[in-house]
Design a protein around this ligand. Structure first.
Ligand code: ATP
Ligand code: MG
Length: 360
């Protein structure tokens, strides 16, 4: 489908709080954009502005070829005229309607026949693993089940645009994984342009074509999950994305492609940068050995945390602490000396002052 969402200089304030601050974003047709960021950064507000549930203070929103909001032209279409499928935390099911009625309510307005509606209901309930729940009322279902019915309602409507605000938040870990799989499939099949809100970074990494990381109403970086993970644009993004967290070490450039981080040097591409910097490296990009290795730095294993598929090791050298991730079950014992090696290519360098990524 060919429905882009174009947002230009959008601002929404609540009193003194600027919830969305001059945001400009284009969501490409058929793409899956996830808004990710800490609580209160403006994710829900931005999504509600797109949907028409919130009236912005300034800017412009275009959905497909429809100008749905423009401050300067005095246009603001109500939610119902924007042809969207919504699943919002606070956009609940109708309590006085059963599941069948909740799902078909919007379809009746489209003048769909009973036979068609029956098929849509059946299909969409199956997709969210709720087949057979047609006659239940919202009060007769758990929070997670209600959430899945809300998803089914969106799917049955088959809109060109999906807007979802934490639609999996009430589900347990297992079901959440299943629903991620299904939602990704459904997006793949339907090609609906999707804007998705979560503060679960696994959800963002696994489902999105692009991620927009937000802080205080401003988008810090918008790129593919791969780029956001491997080349975070600034220290905030680097620190927010990744579990276990990225290692950030303050240091200063001491020579061509070398950074002094206090007790040892680290090889980094320095791109003519001088002075104070911050080195960022992911736990899985540090090699750990129980034997001395050429060029490696000796640390002590402070804590070893196996989780089955992998092991997180916290290593210390004086007051420098690094987190390392090893695949599988590690043989390293606590308090054992370990040797850490670093690969230049996996390390990012940040300007201490601006906190921005330094690139060629
Ligand atoms: N109706 C409102 N009245 C006043 N302030 C509001 C209102 N809605 C949101 N805010 C404020 O706007 C900011 C952004 O809120 P928003 O709900 O968009 O955050 P969020 O990123 O969705 O957070 P969370 O992850 O907790 O859902 C917050 O500071 C919030 O307190
Ligand atoms: Mg929210």
């Amino acid at each position: 489908m060919d429905t882009p969402i174009i947002i230009k200089n959008l601002t929404k304030k609540f009193g003194d709080v600027v919830a969305v601050n001059n945001v400009s974003v284009t969501i490409d047709p058929g793409s899956f954009l996830t808004l990710l960021g800490p609580s209160g950064c403006g994710k829900t507000t931005l999504l509600r502005c797109i949907s028409g549930l919130e009236d912005p203070d300034d800017g412009e929103i275009i959905i497909g070829d429809k100008l749905v909001y423009s401050r300067s032209k005095g246009i603001s279409l109500p939610a119902g005229q924007r042809d969207l499928g919504l699943v919002f935390q606070n956009y609940a099911l109708w309590p006085h309607m059963n599941v069948y009625k909740n799902i078909t309510f919007a379809l009746e307005i489209q003048k769909m026949t009973k036979e068609e509606m029956d098929i849509r209901v059946k299909e969409s309930l199956k997709e969210v693993q709720m087949a057979g729940y047609e006659d239940r009322y919202p009060r007769e279902m758990s929070g997670g089940q209600q959430q899945r019915i809300a998803l089914a309602r969106m799917l049955a409507y088959r809109p060109k645009v999906f807007l979802m605000d934490e639609p999996l938040s009430n589900l347990d870990a297992r079901l959440r994984m299943d629903m991620r799989t299904e939602l990704k499939r459904l997006h793949h099949i339907s090609g609906a342009t999707t804007a998705y809100v979560t503060h679960d970074q696994i959800e963002a990494m696994t489902m999105s074509t692009k991620i927009a990381v937000m802080k205080l109403g401003v988008i810090q970086q918008m790129d593919t999950p791969d780029m956001v993970y491997h080349y975070p644009a600034n220290l905030f993004v680097a620190d927010f994305i990744g579990n276990p967290k990225v290692n950030l070490m303050p240091g200063w450039v001491t020579g061509q492609n070398l950074v002094d981080v206090g007790k040892f040097n680290i090889p980094v591409k320095t791109f003519n940068q001088t002075g104070e910097v911050v080195v960022g490296l992911r736990p899985e990009d540090i090699m750990i050995s129980t034997e001395p290795v050429d060029g490696a730095v000796e640390f002590s294993a402070y804590s070893v945390l196996p989780s089955g598929a992998d092991t997180t090791i916290i290593a210390r050298k004086g007051d420098t602490e690094l987190t390392i991730k090893e695949m599988g079950v590690s043989k390293i014992q606590m308090d054992q000396p370990v040797w850490l090696s670093f690969t230049e290519d996996a390390i990012n360098l940040y300007d201490k002052e601006t906190e921005d990524l330094i690139t060629a």
